[in-house]
Design a protein around this ligand. Structure first.
Ligand SMILES: O=C(CCc1ccccc1)N[C@H](Cc1nc2ccccc2[nH]1)C(=O)O
Length: 177
């Protein structure tokens, strides 16, 4: 078992792995608290070394299976989103219309070749997948919200969707595999 002391995380915190999302998350056994992002007070350089040492193997993406695709997305949430909060902003108050204008701007930048979706997702996406350049891993039909699924499965690998509106917010989707 990995020695938790060299994770760089504050006391009682440890790194665990979400099988369903094939992603590491942070768990505090004392407070029974978990989160996708490292807690405040983390020595991020130490955490990076720890992750490279103990977690790169567990992050091996599931192999492509029949009926599954892999996609990345960039999400702009708004005040009517199912969870109007993200790693970027504790309380998201922009209107749906403002979110639409913002994501249409991103769509233009991406489709003009000025920036890659994954690059923009890193800093602009309101989904926890932002830190993986929006990469959601492999998923099949029934795994994601219907509007998202239909738009993603309609893409060929390498293609980018138009703006997709779901209960989570406004998305741009890039099919990766
Ligand atoms: O549910 C998640 C995590 C999704 C995820 C899957 C696989 C790897 C990493 C993240 N994040 C939500 C925002 C959100 N809503 C979505 C709806 C469809 C696809 C991706 C989505 N992301 C949120 O943060 O509110």
């Amino acid at each position: 078992m990995a020695d938790h002391s060299d994770t760089g995380l504050p006391p009682n915190w440890e790194v665990r792995h979400s099988q369903s999302k094939n992603l590491p998350y942070y768990f505090n056994a004392a407070e029974k608290n978990s989160r996708w992002e490292p807690p405040a007070g983390t020595d991020t350089e130490k955490l990076k070394l720890y992750m490279a040492k103990y977690h790169s193997s567990s992050l091996v993406a599931e192999g492509a299976q029949p009926g599954k695709i892999r996609a990345a997305h960039l999400l702009v949430k708004h005040k009517e989103s199912r969870r109007p909060s993200s790693w970027r902003e504790a309380e998201i108050i922009r209107s749906k219309d403002e979110a639409l204008k913002i994501i249409q701007g991103y769509e233009q930048q991406i489709k003009s070749g000025k920036v890659a979706l994954g690059e923009l997702a890193l800093t602009e996406s309101d989904c926890s997948s932002a830190r993986k350049r929006g990469d959601l891993g492999y998923f099949g039909r029934g795994d994601m919200q219907k509007e998202f699924e239909d738009a993603a499965f309609a893409l060929k690998p390498g293609e980018i969707s138009g703006v997709v509106d779901t209960a989570s917010g406004m998305h741009l989707i890039e099919r990766l595999e």
